[in-house]
Design a protein around this ligand. Structure first.
Ligand SMILES: NC(=O)N[C@@H](CC(=O)O)C(=O)O
Ligand SMILES: [Zn+2]
Ligand SMILES: [Zn+2]
Length: 435
């Protein structure tokens, strides 16, 4: 007897309903007819996708939990249809030592409602080998915060680790990059600060050239060290063009776009001020990536980067950059689906399949026998207006406030356990994805 049978699931628009059999948290059958189970959930021909995977979240835990913590952040993930998240290392202390990594692992095991991985920061280059043993999802480098020599050293050390670990334990650590060149950022920010404190100036303080130069530099290092790299929050067409060329040259380079760079432009800085302030900045309408470019991009990552409203109320040069995105990403993409601009396969590729492949996440990203029963049930017809007051996140602001969306996650299951139903969050124990 199965644990659960989920009946009347549509795995794509226009396909026949199927029943998913779940046993011990795994998908064990995908059949036309229901199978005997201790509990049955009838989703009445709603769309069922693999649980979404967000490879780019900042849950601010430890050290910055007034902004967010692993419970509130993972509740936002569950509310948004995400069943796996990978957390970034810019916490206090930064997650760049084995001790900090172990502490964040303890916190996540205690608080996370969804499954999780951890990116590790790069500080003490001598600790890279030891850090690899704790299975970080990637080594994250904020290129806007390090000099060129450190960057080269980091690639070199990670390369050594890979070769050392190759005997017996195949390991090819991934480097994730925040690609903005520090010199361009510094020069342009100082120039813009002299122009005043109009939030729109922020988009010129960190211009596309900062991203383009950083991407070019990282690709040269990727080639030199034969090192796979992943670019976070790519924001301009020229950036993606350079990445496409690197792929054509046979390099292992992948890219991520955020929903705010996909759907908003720099005019939102005028409309929402610092609530739309993020790094890299929202781009001018004439020079930004759109849904039409999605086929070139590997994943969508929300860069869920919560801050308090008190911090965001400072002037544009002192307010922290970052936008919460976990609870708006899927409805925004489902709205595009309802408008015929994307297909279900795009959402699965960008938010389930490719994140699982790029970050080597076992048993996730697909609705297949043997996979974890990570699922999101979607009411494609339901419309609503985005209201941050309803967010599970502690960060109750968004430049998407007031957006009319159609398509809503109504149930999220992590390894067969409901963690969200009709917007209500249910207790669950998230697991480390590489355990
Ligand atoms: N994206 C942002 O504007 N902010 C991120 C840091 C980052 O991802 O660069 C944050 O942690 O607040
Ligand atoms: Zn970043
Ligand atoms: Zn980020």
């Amino acid at each position: 007897m199965l644990d659960i049978c989920i009946t009347n699931c549509k795995l794509d628009i226009g396909t026949e309903e199927v029943c998913l059999g779940i046993e011990d948290g795994k998908i064990v059958s995908i059949k036309k007819l229901p199978t005997d189970a201790s509990s049955t959930i009838d989703v009445n021909s709603k769309l069922v996708l693999p649980g979404l995977i967000d490879a780019h979240v900042h849950f601010r835990d430890p050290g910055l939990t007034k902004k967010e913590d692993f419970f509130s952040g993972s509740a936002a993930a569950a509310a948004g249809g995400f069943t796996t998240v990978i957390d970034m290392p810019n916490t206090i202390p930064p997650t760049n030592t084995t001790q900090a990594l172990k502490e964040k692992m303890r916190i996540a095991r205690e608080k996370s409602l969804v499954d999780f991985g951890l990116h590790v920061g790069v500080a003490d280059l001598a600790s890279i080998k030891e850090l690899t043993e704790y299975k970080p999802a990637s080594f994250k480098i904020f290129m806007d915060l390090v000099d060129c020599d450190f960057l080269i050293e980091a690639f070199c050390k990670i390369n050594e680790v890979r070769d050392n670990l190759l005997n017996g334990v195949p390991s090819h650590p991934l480097i994730s990059l925040h690609a903005e060149d520090p010199d361009v950022v510094k020069q342009c920010t100082n120039k813009m600060k002299k122009e005043g404190s109009d939030p729109e100036l922020y988009s010129q303080a960190r211009p596309p050239q900062a991203e383009i130069e950083a991407i070019q530099k990282a690709i040269l290092l990727s080639k030199k060290f034969n090192q796979k790299i992943h670019f976070c929050h790519v924001s301009t067409p020229k950036s993606q063009k350079i990445i496409n060329q690197a792929k054509n040259d046979g390099l292992n380079v992948t890219s991520e776009i955020t929903p705010h760079h996909l759907f908003l432009n720099s005019s939102y800085l005028r409309k929402y001020g610092n609530l739309a302030k993020t790094n890299p900045p929202l781009r001018d309408e004439k020079n930004r990536l759109t849904v039409d470019n999605l086929s070139q991009i590997d994943i969508v990552g929300t860069d869920h980067a919560p801050h308090t409203l008190e911090e965001k109320n400072k002037d544009v040069w002192n307010a922290p950059p970052g936008i919460p995105g976990l609870e708006t990403a899927l409805p925004l993409l489902l709205t595009q689906l309802n408008q015929g601009k994307i297909i279900v396969g795009d959402i699965k590729r960008l938010l389930c399949e490719n994140p699982a492949k790029i970050f080597n996440i076992p048993n996730k990203g697909f609705i297949r026998k043997g996979m974890d029963a990570d699922l999101v049930v979607i009411d494609l017809k339901k419309s609503y207006v985005i209201d941050p007051a309803n967010f599970q996140s502690k960060a109750k602001y968004s430049p998407f406030e007031g957006f009319h969306v159609q398509g809503v996650p109504v149930m999220t299951l992590v390894r067969g356990q409901k963690v969200m139903e009709k917007g209500h969050i249910l207790k669950n124990q998230g697991k480390f994805i590489y355990s």
